[in-house]
Design a protein around this ligand. Sequence first.
Ligand code: SF4
Ligand code: FES
Length: 291
Amino acid sequence: MSTQVPETETEAETETEPAGESHQERRMADKAAKREYRESEKKAEDELRAAEESVHLKVFRYDPEVEDKQEPRFDDFYVPYTKGMTVLDALMYARDHYDSSLTFRHSCRQAVCGSDAMFVNGRQRLCCKTQLSEMAEPVRIEPLPHQDVVKDLVVDMEHFYDQMHAVEPYFQSEDVPSEEQRQSRENREKIKMSTRCIWCGACMSSCNVAAGDNEYLGPAAINKAYRFYMDEREDEEELKEHRLRILEQEHGVWRCQTQFSCTEVCPKDIPLTEHIQELKREAVKNNLKFW
Ligand code: SF4
Ligand code: FES
């Protein structure tokens, strides 16, 4: 547990105490936190005994800032199972009842924010969308592969975000419409799937090409470029060519080896490989124009 409780209760208050919270108040808060933690651990033990089923989790742990935790390892947690429980629910249970230092990202808990993509039983998945009942035990939970691990299950997403921004994912049309700009049903249908991306990074983590080429734009960024390139509301020829130039660069669409791993793991079922192939065809057509 990370909460630090003073060894003795007779430590004298010093003159260097920061204004606001007194030593006495801090000590009482620490004691309360420690009591709460003990109670929650006991509750977990009782719940585990009472539960008809429990689930065994094997969770990757690593903390570069704590001396005896710098060596990566796996910790075992046994969590009482209730019907409908997801991998994220189980992780939260383990954190809240056994080890408050267990670190992972999550927010919406409904497959919308994209923050809890992890490597569960050998595959990139959104933990909040993954039912425990469908996982073989022990459920092995690791951070997304091919990304730098910050702590436990948290990876550094900076590079992924940089690649997303590199394709300029916003409308750039100079023609500011003076009235509502309508999109045809057909065009909406065409880009519908590409707009579903939640920036989870699962596709990038599954891609062998991205693993070997750090500069590769990656499936999510190319899909984002597709979303704008195919949108009929940005129809200037110059802008279309500008977008293709970004995609045609050395680390762009031509790097894709059509392995389909990104398409397989995307939690939003976006046909990523198909979109990449379509952009390759657009690039070829555009270059043929100059012959
Ligand atoms: S394309 Fe799919 S897997 Fe890739 S970041 Fe978007 S939602 Fe996640
Ligand atoms: S917590 Fe938001 S996608 Fe899973």
